[in-house]
Design a binder for this molecule. Structure first.
Ligand code: ADP
Ligand code: MG
Length: 717
């Protein structure tokens, strides 16, 4: 869902001829443009450029200031420079390696001579020789170096021939350099986009209301798009980009503001009135500890939401081990007390099973029956579970995404809890919601979410943050060790196990296949049992095991029938065994930061001093950074920010399924300030004109409907 979305423009079906000026629209196919025939259109289509509007949103990758070329005589080695020179000679050298060719080209810019070096592009020779013969000029961009006393040398330069018509688009101006593809040159693409601007500029409308433009000192849209491509100055280019980024974020935020407004003011929901004192009493009775202040606050937020008569959409953010499960338990007790069913969805079977065990222990004394619904149940059991859910006999249902599959019908679902929300997509959240009539929704996430993402992905949710860890937790000591130090690590483990603690060993990540991962885990477990710790009890847990097997292993580890659990990342989320106080992560540099933080969160859950040992000999800069960050900090929010910097938002939140929009020009990390500004403005606007019915919001309304994102957001009911 990009805003505005490339995909939302219809693809051209009409033949591009006598289109008269009046009917021109930005969703015309690229073939309406001068110089774009079927072949070029096909190449453009490969880059997802189907319409004129797409072309106008094709953002230059960078710009070259060709009003100021560097002189060859003044260039310093190591400088990225743009040059303008005449081709004077070209030659190819073979090297001792067969078939390896180096093409060298000499250019002269009047101040000196420079040498371009190209590798393995033999066809360039003819081209440059012809240019040399005709005395052609080229523009060159690249990193300068100097070898010995020789001329300035540029390897693998980007270059472009300058036409002798003095080509106005390519020289003496700030020139856009676009992302492009084989078969279409920069110059060609530049001309096409220029033509698009020439013929369609008058069609560009302004969706931002005048007071927003004024208040945020934004350029109008037409000027911005022109300066995005052919800027009058670098300052204009910056201003144009800022305006377009603002617009992109603003459209998203207006959609989110609108959705939140609908949720909080228009969608009626079951009113669940809670006797908070009684609830607190019940909670104290069933739980072996006193809840933290932050847990109580989250519970009170929930109680307030669900008694309001409006549907609740609340996000509980809390670092690993902060005790989110108890908050969910409390919420589900409220729903059940009021005569509704509650469902809780977890991303893995092991976690769902663990939740079921906890819930049974806590709630069955209060005569609240718990149902487990996971994919690996036998057909017969599944059938029985479904019947109990449909009849209302099961009051609380815990499960995996099996819960949202067809055939699961609730009698009266009043609350849907989604644990580890970042593992699910927005669609799955909605699917669970659809299992009831406007159930209240509580989503929980352990990955602290950088604020930028909270503003973007969860912008329509109310948030409660659990800042506080339960009392008595000791910081987890994190050490980074190399493979050669294994013996040292094992002897430390041995000491801890002798003191009565338990340990996790996490297998190296094998991404190729589940099967290989399973084999690696099995081999490691055998090695640990037979060669390292023959006197300890070693268990194995991986994703390929049947669900009863997994349950059995977890039960034994929890009951301390096992000392060491060798496991794959199946233990990454949620697993809770407070007596385990050390986790060793093999080849830790293969894991991402968020994942390492989650894995580390498996220890430090009780009163014992805990350790996380990262076994790693990283080979990349990235890997080293990740290890250092882990050793340095235990603050999940900081780790999340670092992770976002290293990997980018797309990778963290698999874009499509998570509902993280794809932006065509904005970057939520780089442009977080603009996002903030856009968000505040959008929420104010919706507060004053919830249906965008004022005349000055007409074009904004239309723009939102046009972009798929806005369309979805505006039509939620
Ligand atoms: P997460 O937020 O990661 O889901 P859990 O809900 O699994 O955390 O809780 C982590 C551990 O802390 C569990 O063993 C849980 O029983 C325990 N716990 C939760 N709340 C408290 C509390 N207020 N005091 C002491 N221990 C608590
Ligand atoms: Mg949890």
């Amino acid at each position: 869902m990009s805003t505005p979305s490339k995909g939302s423009f219809r693809h051209p079906t009409t033949i591009p001829d006598e289109k008269n000026h009046a009917s021109r629209a930005l969703d015309d196919g690229v073939q309406f443009l001068k110089g774009v025939g079927p072949t070029v259109a096909q190449i453009l289509a490969k880059m997802n450029l189907h319409t004129v509007g797409d072309l106008l949103r094709h953002v230059p990758r960078r710009y070259e200031d060709r009003t100021r070329f560097r002189r060859l005589s003044e260039i310093m080695p190591g400088e990225m420079a743009t040059l303008h020179g005449r081709v004077i000679a070209a030659d190819t050298q073979g090297t001792s390696r067969k078939n390896f060719q180096i093409t060298k080209v000499l250019i002269d810019d009047g101040s000196g001579i420079g040498q371009l070096v190209f590798f393995q592009q033999p066809y360039l020779l003819r081209q440059f020789q012809e240019m040399a013969h005709a005395g052609r000029w080229i523009v060159v961009y690249g990193m300068a170096k100097r070898s010995g006393y020789g001329p300035v040398e540029i390897e693998r330069a980007e270059w472009e021939e300058v036409g002798d018509d003095g080509d106005a688009l390519s020289t003496n101006r700030i020139v856009p350099i676009y992302p492009t593809t084989e078969g279409i040159s920069q110059k060609r693409l530049r001309r096409i986009i220029y033509a698009a601007l020439q013929s369609y500029e008058s069609r560009i409308e302004e969706p931002l209301p005048p007071d927003v433009l004024l208040k945020h000192r934004l350029l109008d849209r037409r000027t911005s798009i022109r300066n995005l491509h052919f800027p009058d100055s670098l300052a204009m280019m910056e201003a144009a980009r800022r305006r377009l980024i603002f617009e992109e974020f603003f459209l998203l935020q207006v959609g989110l503001a609108r959705r939140r407004k609908i949720n909080t003011h228009e969608i009626r929901a079951h009113r669940i009135v809670v006797d908070v004192d009684r609830l607190k009493e019940d909670l104290r009775r069933i739980s072996s500890f006193e809840l933290t202040g932050a847990q109580w606050r989250a519970i009170e937020d929930i109680a307030k939401d669900i008694s309001s008569g409006r549907v609740m959409n609340r996000l509980i953010q809390g670092d690993v081990g902060s005790g989110k499960t108890m908050v969910a338990v409390a919420a589900m007790m409220m729903a059940v007390e009021a005569g509704f069913q509650a469902a809780m969805m977890a991303p893995t079977e092991i976690l769902a099973q663990q939740h079921a065990i906890v819930l049974k222990r806590l709630l069955e004394p209060l005569s609240i029956p718990i149902e487990l619904s996971i994919g690996s149940l036998r057909a017969k059991e599944k059938e029985l579970a479904r019947t109990r859910i449909a009849s209302g006999e099961s009051r609380i249902v815990v499960g995996t995404h099996a819960l949202i599959q067809e055939g699961v019908e609730f009698q009266r679902l009043g609350l849907a809890v989604i644990d580890e929300q970042h593992r699910f997509g927005v669609l799955q959240r909605q699917a669970l919601q659809k299992k009831g009539e406007q159930p209240h929704v509580l989503v929980m996430t352990a990955t602290p979410i950088p604020r930028t993402l909270t503003l973007t992905v969860y912008g329509d949710l109310d948030t409660s943050i659990i800042h506080e860890l339960p009392p008595g937790r000791k910081p987890i000591k994190t050490h980074w060790k190399r493979a050669e130090q294994a013996a040292e690590v094992y002897s430390a483990m041995q000491r801890l196990i002798h003191q009565g603690r338990q340990a996790y060993i996490v297998c190296p990540l094998v991404e190729e296949s589940e099967k290989l991962q399973m084999k690696a885990a099995t081999r490691l477990a055998e090695h640990i049992q037979q060669e390292v710790f023959p006197h300890f009890r070693v268990g194995l847990l991986h994703g390929q095991m049947r669900s009863e097997e997994k349950e059995e292993v977890m039960r034994r580890f929890k009951a301390h029938d096992l000392d060491i659990l060798v496991a794959t990342t199946v233990i990454e989320v949620g697993i809770d065994v407070p007596n385990a106080s050390v986790i060793v992560i093999e080849d830790a540099d293969r894991f991402g930061l968020a994942q390492l933080h989650q894995l580390r969160g498996r220890v430090g859950r009780g009163e014992h001093a805990s350790y996380c040992i990262l076994m790693a000999s990283p080979r990349t800069e990235d890997g080293i950074t990740r290890m250092s960050v882990m050793v340095e900090t235990q603050d999940g929010f900081r780790i999340a920010e670092e992770d976002l910097k290293l990997r980018g938002p797309g990778e963290i939140f698999g874009t499509r399924q998570s509902g993280l929009p794809e932006f065509y020009i904005g970057d939520i990390v780089r442009d977080v300030q603009i996002m903030d500004e856009a968000r505040r403005t959008a929420f104010e606007l919706i507060e004053n004109d919830p249906n965008l019915s004022l005349p000055e919001h007409r074009l904004l309304h239309r723009e939102l409907q046009r972009s798929r994102a806005g369309f979805e957001l505006i039509h939620v009911s």
